[in-house]
Design a protein around this ligand. Structure first.
Ligand code: CP
Length: 309
């Protein structure tokens, strides 16, 4: 693996290897001094052109645990304001000594573009509505830890699938590992029919459901998504209130899932919209486990790309 640009181009074996490495590395996080010298001398550029809390800080934490140094780029105050291009910016920072770039960008395909033009590894930390591969990897790790398997599960993904890079990466990742993915949400927030072939890796393992009940019934894992209004050029839903009434999850909807089914959300959460406030106490809600696993997964990705492990 030279870059981590998407889940689409990873094989199930490559995914399994990253997860295994993450599982091994996670132990370091519980040590009295959670720090190892493995990446001492390496410099990682964190290039975030969109807001982020979980991804940005877990990459930073992963770097610190592995003893890599970081440069945090902020567009405001940089020479981007004088018209410098993204590529020139990154080439200049490579000249400063950067060994790996982590990039989040509002335009789909930006990490792929960078990877073609620079000689160091690029990690996609979310590109527009395209993919968010490290989120899918941490979701896989969380499900594997809790359910002891990633195969033959029913995964229900509910919400704004159309604008969600997390949904795209998760849909591919869970199918690649042998599970079935059922997506549901308002018809206007589901993928266009022409996009379905991209998602359907196996016709028996992917289904678009117009009624949430069909996706949720007997699910082993439910992944709720935020309505990404910042990506809606025009209104796709009448109102958030109506969305919450029809597609928000409450304890009532979760009566349909398998006993012990996990509830995931990539964050940030709008409590009271995609998840009701009562679900803060749902016993199988693993949202902070996802965040913790984000550090281990990002440690594994950095280590693989910077040392070839
Ligand atoms: N899940 C996720 O990507 O969260 P942030 O936008 O806070 O990084």
């Amino acid at each position: 693996m030279r870059h981590l640009l998407d889940i689409q181009s990873l094989s199930s074996e490559e995914i399994a290897e990253i997860l295994k490495l993450a599982e091994n590395l996670k132990e370091i996080l519980y040590r009295a001094i959670p720090k190892v010298p493995t990446l001492r001398g390496k410099l990682v550029l964190l290039l975030f052109y969109e807001p982020s809390t979980r991804t940005r800080f877990s990459f930073e934490r992963a770097c610190k645990v592995l003893s890599a140094d970081t440069l945090s780029f902020s567009a405001k105050g940089s020479s981007l304001e004088k018209g410098e291009s993204l590529l020139d910016t990154v080439k200049n920072l490579c000249a400063v000594g950067v060994n790996l770039v982590v990039i989040r960008h509002p335009f789909s395909g930006t990490p792929h573009f960078l990877a073609k033009h620079i000689k160091i590894p690029v990690v996609n930390a979310g590109d527009g509505a395209h993919e968010h591969p490290t989120q899918a990897l941490l979701d896989l790790l969380t499900v594997k830890e809790k359910l002891n398997t990633l195969s033959d599960l029913k995964i229900a993904i509910i919400g704004d699938i159309k604008h969600s890079r997390v949904a795209r990466s998760d849909i591919l990742a869970f199918q690649k590992m042998g599970s079935s993915v059922y997506i549901t949400g308002p018809a206007t927030l589901l993928p266009e029919p022409r996009e379905i072939d991209f998602f359907k890796l196996n016709p028996n393992k992917f289904k678009v459901c117009f009624k949430p009940k069909e996706a949720l019934e007997g699910a082993d894992v439910v992944i709720a998504l935020r309505v990404q209004r910042e990506r809606h050029g025009e209104p796709f839903i009448p109102s958030l209130k109506e969305y919450a009434e029809n597609f928000g999850l409450t304890p009532r909807e979760l009566e349909l899932v398998k006993p012990g089914a996990l509830l995931l959300h990539p964050g940030p959460i709008n409590w009271g919209i995609e998840l009701s406030h009562e679900l803060q106490n749902y016993p199988f809600q693993v949202i902070l486990d996802q965040v913790e696993n984000g550090v281990a997964v990002r440690m594994a990705v950095l280590l693989s790309l910077l040392t070839g492990e």
